[in-house]
Design a binder for this molecule. Structure first.
Ligand code: FAD
Length: 513
């Protein structure tokens, strides 16, 4: 056994981050000696995709190696879903307190919040959750865990920490990283991205967020609710441009109400330091030919992600890739080397933890067995965790149009749902796209405070082709926001009453007077 890995630094180096590191990159970790026989599966990258591949394959009895150069758990645990949702939860709590009196006649509160404590809470919970992704746990599952940079050196071998691991099958699960737009001065002045923003211990007074996609919107709203003056910059005319435009509009209004300044349709021209110590920076931008400027203390870049395909020896392994779209895979997630597969952000247009998990399961089936599981069979829901949340599954209206699928669309506003009204959370809607002439749901967009928790029923319906007829005959508890799904099903059923049925019903009731 030997150790050959640089120990990452996770700021701030407090007890929680030390606990995190002890789990996901133990400083004293000794890499194992590779076995004489090739591994059944070598997994490069221990984010969600890699962890699920390794645990699944080891559970089936395969000889498995898992290689991680930075932090096991990858983006989701360390610098993505987990810390962002921890911060968002704190921001929601602060918002509820700040608005409690105005909205619910709650007792007045005094004093200001402790941002550093809210961040400490997030770090404590992240460290608690990290046990499940820990090197020790994976060793216990029978996986050979190697910490270090993994690099393919042949079509059937990877090198890590000076050791050569031979394999029958391998998985590339190296994920993606934040990319930054080429704005003059941005790199020199300095900025945060998702890898660094969760290390903050002090709230920036002013924060400029570059990028109005899901990550930009979630964090902009959270930091505004925690007390920063936030501006979001995006070249598009709307935030969340991939979402249903009505859903995006609600989020846009919600952010504006929370005090976020929206600078949309802009071109960023330059970033400059305003003070010698860099505590004040200026973002210069143009909209429709008119120049403007925003003075800020910090900048958060959330403007797209690039796949991690460099420096991992893909050429040596005969694996084709594109620096923008990642590793090239077929529908079985097989790369151009028939013994190497890929899963997760490194090869996917949909960059979500649950997508990485689902793709890893496809890879286990196809790499270890003569399976033919298909990526295109996945029904993938997702959610942007703003307030309200926007969750989606299946087709958008534009997808149906592009594919020439005839649909019927129905929209149920949340103000028709009693519980949403009582909660003061009635801004939003459920929009369903149904295959014309049938009750089969093809797509759903839900805007609601807890849309992410409610979209599961619709994902189930689409995955298993459960029609609106069956949903209409399913009892939903009253009063819940989830009733919106039942209301949509009832609305659909009402539209199915033909004029003839209506006439017959009228006659029937006439005879019952
Ligand atoms: C701020 C933010 C919030 C997010 N919120 C959500 C959310 O709420 N819900 C959701 O579903 N998704 C969310 N995501 C997306 C989610 O984090 C990713 O989709 C998910 O982490 C991808 O998993 P992965 O395994 O494909 O890649 P990663 O998690 O990126 O893991 C890849 C791993 O490979 C390692 N690696 C790379 N190269 C090598 C090498 N040569 N040798 C060894 N190891 C290597 C990396 O260090 C990394 O640990 C969020 C992302 C961000 C940035």
């Amino acid at each position: 056994m030997s150790s050959y890995h640089a120990v990452p630094v996770v700021e701030p180096p407090d007890e929680h981050n030390r606990r995190l590191l002890a789990n996901v990159h133990p400083p004293d970790w000794l890499n194992p000696e590779p076995p004489a026989k090739p591994y059944h599966l070598v997994v490069v990258g221990a984010g969600t995709a890699g962890l699920v591949c390794a645990a699944g394959a080891a559970g089936l009895g395969a000889r498995v190696a898992l290689i991680e150069r930075h932090l096991m758990g990858g983006d989701c645990l360390n610098v993505g879903c987990v810390p962002s949702k921890g911060v968002i939860r704190a921001a929601r709590a602060w918002h509820a307190v700040n608005k409690g009196q105005e909205r619910f006649s709650a007792p007045a509160h005094v004093g200001t919040g402790e941002f550093s404590e809210a961040m400490r809470r997030m770090r404590r919970l992240r460290a608690d959750l990290s046990k499940i992704d820990s090197a020790e746990r994976f060793r216990g599952l029978g996986v050979d865990v190697y910490l270090g940079d993994g690099r393919f050196v042949a079509a059937d071998a990877v090198e890590v920490g000076g050791k050569r691991l031979r394999f029958k099958k391998a998985v590339i699960a190296t994920g993606a990283r934040a990319s930054a737009p080429p704005v003059p001065g941005l790199a020199e002045v300095g900025f945060f991205n998702n890898e660094t923003i969760f290390s903050l211990t002090e709230l920036p007074r002013r924060l400029a967020v570059i990028g109005g996609g899901p990550i930009g919107c979630e964090l902009a709203q959270a930091f505004a609710r925690l007390g920063a003056y936030v501006a979001v910059f995006d070249s598009g005319a709307h935030l969340l441009h991939r979402e249903d435009p009505d859903a995006a509009e609600i989020v846009q209004q919600a952010l504006a109400r929370d005090g976020v300044r929206l600078e949309l349709g802009v071109k960023l021209m330059e970033v400059v330091k305003r003070t010698a110590d860099g505590r004040e920076k200026s973002i210069r931008f143009e909209r429709g030919g008119r120049a403007d400027e925003f003075v800020t203390n910090e900048i958060l870049v959330a403007a797209g992600r690039a796949p991690n395909v460099d420096g991992i020896g893909l050429e040596a392994a005969g694996v084709q890739f594109d620096p923008r779209t990642g590793v090239k895979v077929d529908d079985n997630l097989r790369t151009t080397n028939k013994n190497i597969f890929a899963a997760g952000d490194v090869c996917s247009r949909f960059q979500f933890t649950h997508n990485s998990d689902a793709q890893a399961r496809i890879v286990i089936t196809n790499a270890l067995f003569p399976g033919r599981a298909k990526n295109s069979d996945l029904v993938l829901p997702w959610c942007t965790f703003t307030s309200p949340e926007v969750a989606h599954v299946g087709l958008y209206e534009r997808d149906a149009k592009e594919r020439g699928i005839a649909i019927e669309t129905m929209t149920i506003p949340l103000h028709e749902v009693d519980r949403a009204v009582l909660d003061g959370e009635d801004e939003g809607f459920l929009r369903l796209h149904v295959k014309k002439g049938s009750d089969l749901i093809l797509g759903a967009t839900l805007v609601a405070e807890h849309a992410g928790d409610m979209i599961g029923e619709l994902a189930l319906a689409i995955t298993h082709k459960i029609g609106l007829g069956k949903i209409a005959s399913t009892i939903h508890p009253y009063p819940t926001q989830g009733e919106v799904v039942k209301k949509a099903a009832d609305a659909w059923r009402r539209t199915k009453l033909t004029p003839k049925t209506k006439r017959l019903l009228k006659l029937w009731f006439a005879t019952r007077r």
